[in-house]
Design a protein around this ligand. Structure first.
Ligand SMILES: NC(=O)C1=CN([C@@H]2O[C@H](COP(=O)(O)OP(=O)(O)OC[C@H]3O[C@@H](n4cnc5c(N)ncnc54)[C@H](OP(=O)(O)O)[C@@H]3O)[C@@H](O)[C@H]2O)C=CC1
Ligand SMILES: O=C([O-])CC(=O)C(=O)O
Length: 263
């Protein structure tokens, strides 16, 4: 039996748990004080980071939000526990990024920054070395994913697409902490100074779509992902949990150990 931890028990966390055979993993979820969700067999809950650390998980996945990254990830890394971060936009806070890097080094624990809702980050990492590289990242989601933001602007986007935001990846990840982690994943791959971000509420968007357009001395590239929404959260792409499961399996070398997550 392997013990794994997850911070949060929302849409992504549930999808991660259901991707593994129930008899292979002892899951320990870090929940907010007072949270009382129904937990399936093999899943237990704690409410303090010390309790999660005491359970000695082989790895922890953060699937809660950017605040949870700041509150818990440094302590996990200091305790030597490898940690996969979904809410990578938290690293737009440069002092927190430095604290997490130092904690990983002190504790000898890996910090894994997964592709999440995106793909093609290997290409972006390769052109990061080129000074002329420029990348435009566009997040396009249906208006239902931006209800509150559109209402705040007195707009509906029922007929025409509305550009909600244009700016830097750090501004985007900070302004939309639950939706623009992907923008910061692009920045982490290629360098924040090379990236511009647009956020569009589009009635014609078939899903949570992500466009990455890159230009450099190495050539041009354009990646377009049209992601199905997660069953539990329309703002989150279903691909995100799959990416976290793949990162978890890589981290733990699960195939080699014959621990078999479901394929
Ligand atoms: N890298 C990427 O491409 C992507 C990253 N993400 C990140 O993943 C996060 C989770 O997504 P998703 O599962 O869809 O969101 P959900 O809202 O479905 O689930 C998040 C859960 O975490 C809980 N939570 C929040 N803060 C804490 C905390 N400090 N301690 C314990 N539990 C906490 C929430 O509780 P409560 O409801 O009480 O707040 C909620 O139950 C997003 O907020 C985003 O930051 C999401 C999509 C893509
Ligand atoms: O899941 C998505 O499509 C993107 C997302 O929410 C994020 O980047 O935070």
């Amino acid at each position: 039996m392997t013990t794994l931890g997850v911070i949060g028990y929302g849409a992504i966390a549930r999808e991660i748990v259901s991707a593994f055979s129930a008899d292979a993993i002892d899951w320990v979820m870090l929940l907010r004080e007072g949270a009382n969700p129904e937990l399936p067999a093999g899943v237990s809950a704690v409410t303090r980071i010390e309790q999660l650390i005491d359970a000695r998980p082989e790895a922890v996945v953060e699937a809660a939000g950017q605040e949870a990254v700041a509150a818990y990830v440094p302590a996990l890394l200091e305790a030597g526990i490898p940690t996969i971060i979904a809410s990578v936009g938290a690293l737009a806070d440069a002092p927190l990024h430095a604290r997490i890097t130092a904690a990983g080094r002190n504790g000898g624990a890996r910090v894994v920054l997964p592709a999440g809702a995106l793909g093609g980050l290997d290409y972006l990492r390769a052109i990061a070395a080129l000074p002329d590289a420029r990348v435009r990242y566009t997040s396009r989601k249906p208006p239902v994913a931006w209800k509150a933001e559109l209402a705040a602007l007195g707009l509906s986007a029922e007929d025409d697409a509305v550009t909600l935001f244009e700016g830097t990846p750090a501004e985007a990840a900070t302004a939309y902490p639950k939706n623009l982690n992907a923008a910061f994943a692009v920045a982490l791959a290629v360098g924040a100074d090379k990236v511009t971000v647009r956020v569009i509420a589009d009635p014609k968007a078939g899903g949570n779509s992500h466009e990455i357009e890159a230009e450099s001395a190495a050539g041009t590239a354009s990646f377009s992902l049209v992601n199905a929404p997660s069953a539990g959260n329309p703002k989150t792409s279903a691909l995100t949990a799959l990416s976290l499961v793949a990162a978890l399996r890589d981290l733990l070398d699960m195939d080699l150990l014959g621990m078999g997550g479901r394929r």
